[in-house]
Design a protein around this ligand. Structure first.
Ligand SMILES: *Cc1c(COP(=O)(O)O)cnc(C)c1O
Length: 336
């Protein structure tokens, strides 16, 4: 099988790194304090809470959901793995869209399942009727990567109704969007996944979670590694969610810079899809974009080049700080 290829993490620090959608701002200072507390509290000697009770209570309160409906994961990729293990039998069909997150196929391959990706409809819409209702598991990234686009709650509700198996709505970027799919969880067959990597600036801590019907969470717990989240990440994740004020400030900074990045790229002749995530998908009609990616890299700016074959290619550019985007735009102006 072909493995998943994560975005490059260069060893040297001199790069402006806009390739893996990390948050350009640091996490809340409360995260560091909570992690230090664990270190000074003799808690590393003992196993962590397998269910992450304290995190579930905090997340339940902040999101307005039942704590019993929360499943913790070592990053949301771990949650996606748990879901694939739980629902996909050998030879079972995993369905998703294209262009979208490439990990879904890798998870299906590891599981010995089959994978099919449905091309997006016009303007990044969900095709109707959905051609793969028989799938054992269906993944929809919303906002989608690499496009940053969203499909409506109504379209997702309709899709869930068409499917024989569960629908996983991967909301890794939803904190940068206008709406989320939590109201669909009570349909009973919808599972929403979240990540602290992007909107909470904690990609290095590894923490994500799912919101699913409580009776489903009880079953999913049987599939996960008992101690999939360590004591440090559990404490840091709870502290991050506690600090909603800090979260809102960073989020609005990212959204403001995103709008400015979209404007500047459009001015330079890129085709840009309006994004509801912390990155922008940019392509061009007049010249290939791969050489632009390579030239930016030579100039120590890293973006993500993605090629979806017949679906086209483009540059996925993470929203950095204002200064980082200044530099990116200045270099692009001399390249294109
Ligand atoms: C980043 C990302 C994830 C994984 O997030 P982690 O919590 O860091 O594992 C999941 N889905 C999509 C679409 C992503 O872009």
């Amino acid at each position: 099988m072909a493995g998943y290829v994560p975005g490059e993490q260069p060893r040297e620090d001199e790069f402006i790194k806009l390739n893996t959608n990390e948050n350009p701002y640091p996490p809340s200072p409360r995260v560091l304090a909570a992690i230090e507390n664990v270190l000074h509290d003799d808690r590393l000697r003992k196993y962590p809470d397998p269910l992450g009770t304290q995190f579930r209570q905090t997340a339940g309160r902040v999101l307005g959901v039942d704590p019993e409906s929360i499943l913790i994961g070592n990053g949301s990729d771990d949650v996606l793995t748990i879901l694939t293990r739980a629902f996909v039998p050998e030879g079972g069909l995993v369905a998703s869209l294209t262009p979208s997150y490439l990990l879904y196929q890798t998870l299906a391959d590891i599981q010995g399942g089959r994978f099919e990706a449905v091309p997006f409809g016009p303007d990044w819409s969900l095709p109707r009727p959905w051609p793969l209702p028989q799938a054992a598991l269906t993944f929809v990234a919303n906002p989608n990567s690499p496009s940053g686009t969203v499909v409506s709650l109504e379209a997702l509700r309709h899709l869930a109704g068409e499917l024989r198996g569960p629908l996983v709505i991967d909301e890794a970027y939803v904190d940068f969007a206008a709406a989320n799919a939590l109201p669909l969880v009570n349909l009973g067959t919808v599972i929403v996944t979240r990540s602290l990597s992007k909107s909470y600036s904690l990609a290095g801590l590894r923490f994500g979670f799912a919101i699913a019907p409580p009776e489903l969470v009880q079953q999913l717990v049987k599939v996960k590694d008992s101690y999939n989240c360590d004591a440090l990440s559990l404490a840091g994740a709870a502290a991050a969610l506690e600090d909603q004020e800090y979260f809102r400030v960073t989020r609005s900074k990212v959204i403001a810079v995103r709008q400015r990045l979209e404007r500047d790229l459009t001015r330079l002749g890129f085709r840009v899809v309006p994004s509801q995530a912390n990155f922008v998908w940019a392509s061009r009609a007049d010249q290939p974009v791969r050489p632009i990616f390579e030239e930016l890299k030579r100039r120590k700016i890293l973006v993500r080049y993605m090629d979806y074959g017949p679906q086209g290619d483009g540059l996925r550019i993470s929203v950095g700080t204002d200064q980082e985007i200044d530099q990116l735009i200045a270099e692009l102006a001399t390249i294109v």
